[in-house]
Each structure stands twice: as structure tokens, then as C-alpha cells.
Design a binder for this molecule. Structure first.
Ligand code: M6R
Length: 571
């Protein structure tokens, strides 16, 4: 995780402008932040605050941290410096062999102020630069480091920024009068549409008006500028108190946008995507968190129209899924940068499988690893909780399933979503009645099983309430022992699923406070659809709103829940 920014500019820029760019990446981590402007080193624990300072500089590197190695302390915050303070670095990734390197550097007299793996990079450069030129040091670094890095290095008296990359995202934005290095294009998408993406084991020397890229042997590489489009900027909370509720309220709009794009600019790609599924002997999805839940729904919908597929959580993919040249692996990811998914894809590529993806962030690593990719067009999602991106992932899955015969009218999805949003007050009352509970259970069967899991995930990460999303039928095999008088149990009952109704009755008989979300049967929240596909999306939205209001009652930091980050770029 972590967000990094490096600006090298012809004219001096306000240091606060660099911090503002970093703020655009804050969703990548918000344990601490810091910057170095060639003179001043600043670090602070907590979320990014734009400092009230007049300082200007033509070169700045900055970092927003999601802690991995070493606690959330001032010393562990980036940037890190060498003993002589002449080398300053910011790093995203994990240097796996840092202890070995640290020990070696310590024997050479280096001392460390924190516990991070990243700090060794500053001392590594300090040590090597005594004997070698900077290009040789970069080559050595790429050779000697085990692990992942997007690393920016500044050297006292040198006007360049040195940028090195393996596995952690890094991109150069070529803007007028300045070059901007960043973890993703969003850091500079407001001022340029020109980007150069780093490949693995590549490094670059970035000055204010020039750049040069090199491979791991120090040989110059030819890089092409890519023009990117990222017009869906939705970065202000507008009239809403939080991004989460704003993004939920955007769901009808973004669903409509996706459906239009599938019939227009993505039409050809969509066709190719569907044909690839049709022609593949084995189809397997992969994703993490919410994206995994969306893929589970995809498997369900495809299964209903006779297309057999499977899915697995990305971090366990290679341990459980066999792939070969006849396999199509479809990755689902909002960010397109989730390391677990990237690792699963690398494994699949190694076995000659075909790679396709469904992402939200264009030009992301996962999209660039894929033979074919569809965009869910949800626009930027700022809140850590995936909400509108889930809706569009599932809408896209339904569009694919429809092509294989799944019966659904896609065009009415936005209106149906809007009707659910109108039930906000009712859902708020339910939230008020259960938010003080320690545990909540969510039960589903068939299509509502992935929904149950997704709802539970939202409740955990945003409302800090322990929640379990379960198969209704599995409850009686153990978990039912936890049901006590008053325990909230949310039962997702689509159509006339009497088995699911029985599961609800079983917990009710044991004193549970059952909240039914239904379409056909009587329920606490009724959803206006008779279609299984739409029920999956709409019931999830009820869970999103419920989560939001429970977190609001508890006065929690809704958009930036503790210990989390929007983009999970570590294993
Ligand atoms: O960017 P991705 O879709 O690959 O992210 C996967 C998960 O990290 C993500 O869905 C996470 O579970 C969300 N915080 C859920 O709201």
C-alpha cells in the first residue's frame, strides 16, 4: 500500500501543492505522511493535513504510509534518510531481505532510527554511492533487493529524482514544466493526460524537463508516452458528510454509465470478452474482498445459464486452483493493483493461462497484465468500502450472463437501485435498533450467499461490529450455538426460497432478532424485483446503507476505517 509522489519542476512550486498531490493518493494509506523538499524533512502521524506554509521548491518527494514493518511512529514515517542525511528516500513495497541488509550495513557503521524495512534503502544508497556511480547503484539495488519496491531517491546536490520499481505501482506523469512520479495516475490526472508506466526491474532518472529509463542491467529502454483518459473525477463529498454515502447515492448514475458504455465504446471489447469465455475450456475468476464476492455472484449467474466457472480468493489461488493453457482466468479488482490478485495472475501466466480482467482504475497493473479488460466505469471510489464499484462489477457480470441466456432486463437496474435508496430512512431505523450489538449474522442461500458475505464484510470494516456472512444451510452445523436472545440475524430471502425462510425460522425460534430482506415474501425491507440478478445487487445496497448508518451512530471514521487502505498492494 502507501502512496508516493515525486515532483521535479522547472519553476519552483509550492510545497503544499506537492502535499495536495499526495492527498489524492491518501486512500492508499493514512497511518502517517511526510515529505522532503531538498531542505526540509517533515513527518507526521495520522491523516494528511495540508500544512500552512509558504515554502517553495523545485523538487519534492512525499509519502503516505500504511504500516507494514514497524509501528505507526514518527521515526517509522517516510521519508527516510541516510546517516549523513545526504540520501532521502520514499518507498512503497516490502524489502523482504531487509534484516540481512540491515545487519550488513550496521557492520559498516550505519545506524537506523526506526524499525521499517524501507530505511535500509537510504543506507544502501549511501554505502554504495561511495564507490559507484548512481546508475551502477540502481542496477545493484535491483539485483540485491528481494521483494517489492516503488522507490524514489533524492541525493543532496543532485537535481534528479531516481525512481526504481518492482511489483509496486509507479508511473511518471509528463506535465507542462514538470515531471511527476506517483503510485498511480490519479495523483496528476488533473494536470496531464500523458503517462509512462514503469515495468518491473526498471529504473529512471527524472529531471525537471527530461527523463531516461533503464533496464536492470543499466541499458537504456525506449519508453512510449501513453495518453490516458480519466474523466470520471468525483473527488469532493459535495453535499454529503462522507464519501461512503455519496458513493452509494451515485450508484444509479454509475450503473447507467456502465450500461451505456457496454453498448458504445466498450461494445467491441465486450464482444471479444464474451467470446473468450465461450471459447475457453475452463473459466476461473479471482479476486479479493468485495471483488471476490462479486465474482462469486458471477459464477452463480453463469452457472444458471449452463456455463461452469469457479472462483477463489486471490491469496489462496495458487494453492487450490490448477490452471493451464486452456484456462481463462478473469481477475476482478476495483483498484487493479491488489497484490494478491497480481500474484495469482503471475502464477496463471506462468502456466500459460489466458488473462482477462474487470477493473475500475484504467491503466492499472492488472489491466496491463490482461489480454483483454473491461472497465466498470464507476469513477473514482474514495471511501475504503467498495460500494458503487461492487454494483458495477455485478452489473457487468449480469451483462455477460445475459449474453449466455440469463434472463434479465439490464436497463431497469438504475431505477431499481434508486427505489432502494429511497428506503434510506427505514434502513436507518433498523441500523439504530441494532448498532449496539457485538455480533451480527447475515444468512443467504444461492445468489444471496455472496450477498451475505459482502454485507458482513461491510459491517465489519466500517461499523466495527463482528459479522458473519453465512450459507443459511450451514448454520445448523455449528454456528447456531452462538445465537442468543436478541442477536440480530439478517436473512436474505429472494423469491419464494422456503429453505432460506426455514433457516430464518430456526434462529427466530432461538430468540434471534430476524431482519428479513425480501422481494416476494413479507419482510422488513422489501425489494422491488422478481429477478435473481437484480436481487443480488439491491440487497447488497441495503447492507451498504445499513452499515453506513450503524457507523454513523457509532461516530466512526467512515471513509477511512482503522488499519485499512483502499488499495492493498502488499501480500
Ligand atoms: O481493488 P480491489 O477490488 O482488488 O480490492 C479488493 C479488496 O481489498 C477490497 O474489495 C476490500 O475488501 C474493500 N475494502 C471492501 O470494502
Amino acid at each position: 500500500m502507501c502512496g508516493i509522489v515525486g515532483i521535479n519542476s522547472i519553476e519552483q512550486i509550492k510545497v503544499t501543492d506537492a502535499v495536495k498531490r499526495l492527498k489524492r493518493l491518501e486512500y492508499r494509506g493514512y497511518d502517517s505522511f511526510g515529505y522532503f523538499d531538498g531542505k526540509k524533512l517533515f513527518k507526521k502521524i495520522g491523516q494528511i493535513i495540508i500544512p500552512n506554509i509558504p515554502d517553495k521548491s523545485s523538487i519534492v518527494i512525499a509519502h503516505s504510509r500504511w504500516a507494514t514493518h514497524g509501528g505507526v511512529t514518527q521515526n517509522n514515517a517516510h521519508p527516510h534518510q541516510s546517516c549523513d542525511k545526504k540520501i532521502t528516500i520514499v518507498h512503497n513495497g516490502i524489502i523482504q531481505n531487509y534484516q540481512e541488509l540491515k545487519k550488513d550495513l550496521a557492520t559498516k557503521g550505519h545506524s537506523f532510527i526506526g524499525e521499517t524495512d524501507s530505511e535500509v534503502a537510504a543506507h544502501y544508497f549511501e554505502e554504495k554511492i561511495k564507490r559507484k556511480n548512481i546508475k551502477e547503484v540502481c542496477v545493484d539495488f535491483i539485483r540485491d533487493i528481494k521483494g517489492e519496491f516503488a522507490l524514489l531517491v533524492m541525493i543532496e546536490g543532485d537535481e534528479n529524482i531516481y525512481a526504481l520499481r518492482r511489483d509496486s505501482p509507479l508511473v511518471l506523469g509528463v506535465a507542462e514544466g514538470q515531471n511527476i512520479l506517483a503510485s498511480d495516475i490519479y495523483a496528476f490526472s488533473d494536470i496531464t493526460t500523458k503517462a509512462i508506466f514503469f515495468e518491473n526491474d526498471e529504473f529512471a532518472i527524472i529531471s525537471s524537463d527530461k527523463y531516461a529509463f533503464y533496464d536492470k542491467h543499466g541499458k537504456k529502454t525506449d519508453k512510449k508516452i501513453q495518453e490516458f483518459r480519466w474523466e470520471q473525477e468525483e473527488s469532493a463529498t459535495e453535499n454529503y458528510e462522507h464519501f461512503m454515502i455519496k458513493e452509494i447515492m451515485e450508484e444509479p448514475k454509475v450503473a447507467r454509465r456502465l450500461l451505456m458504455s457496454l453498448g458504445a465504446e466498450q461494445k467491441e471489447n465486450f464482444r471479444k470478452f464474451v467470446n473468450l469465455i465461450r471459447d475457453s475450456r475452463k473459466i476461473t475468476f479471482v479476486g479479493a474482498g468485495t471483488s471476490y464476492h462479486a465474482s462469486l455472484l458471477g459464477v452463480y449467474y453463469l452457472h444458471k445459464c449452463g456455463i461452469e466457472a469457479q472462483t477463489l480468493i486471490a491469496s489462496e489461488f495458487e494453492h487450490f486452483v490448477g490452471v493451464d493453457e486452456n484456462t481463462l482466468v478473469i481477475a476482478l479488482s476495483q483498484s487493479g493493483e491488489t497484490m494478491d490478485v497480481i500474484e495469482a495472475l503471475k502464477y496463471a501466466k506462468g502456466k500459460d493461462a489466458k488473462i482477462a480482467s474487470i477493473v475500475n482504475v484504467p491503466y492499472s497493473t492488472i489491466q496491463r497484465m490482461s489480454e483483454i479488460s473491461l472497465n466498470i466505469c464507476a469513477g473514482q471510489e474514495v471511501c475504503v468500502a467498495a460500494t458503487k464499484s461492487f454494483v458495477n462489477q455485478v452489473t457487468l457480470m449480469l451483462a455477460i450472463a445475459k449474453d449466455f441466456g440469463f434472463r434479465i432486463t439490464l436497463d431497469t437496474i438504475p431505477d431499481r437501485i434508486f427505489e432502494v435508496l429511497k428506503q434510506e430512512e427505514k434502513i436507518k431505523d433498523i441500523a439504530h435498533s441494532i448498532y449496539k450489538h457485538r455480533d451480527i449474522y447475515v444468512l443467504g442461500r444461492g445468489l444471496s450467499y455472496p450477498v451475505a458475505r459482502e454485507m458482513a464484510l461491510k459491517i465489519k470494516e466500517i461499523s466495527y461490529i463482528h459479522a458473519e456472512g453465512m450459507m443459511g444451510g450451514e448454520l445448523k452445523h455449528g454456528t447456531i450455538a452462538l445465537i442468543e436472545k436478541g442477536t440480530p440475524v439478517i436473512a436474505l430471502i429472494s423469491n419464494s426460497d422456503y429453505s432460506m425462510l426455514s433457516n430464518a425460522k430456526e434462529v427466530e425460534a432461538r430468540g434471534a432478532n430476524v431482519i428479513k430482506i425480501t422481494n416476494e415474501m413479507e419482510g422488513n425491507i422489501k425489494i422491488n424485483t422478481s429477478n435473481d440478478g437484480k436481487f443480488g445487487i439491491l440487497a447488497t445496497i441495503v447492507g451498504q446503507i445499513l452499515t453506513y448508518f450503524m457507523a454513523l451512530e457509532k461516530k466512526l471514521p467512515i471513509d477511512k476505517p482503522r488499519n485499512l487502505a483502499k488499495s492493498v498492494t502488499v501480500k
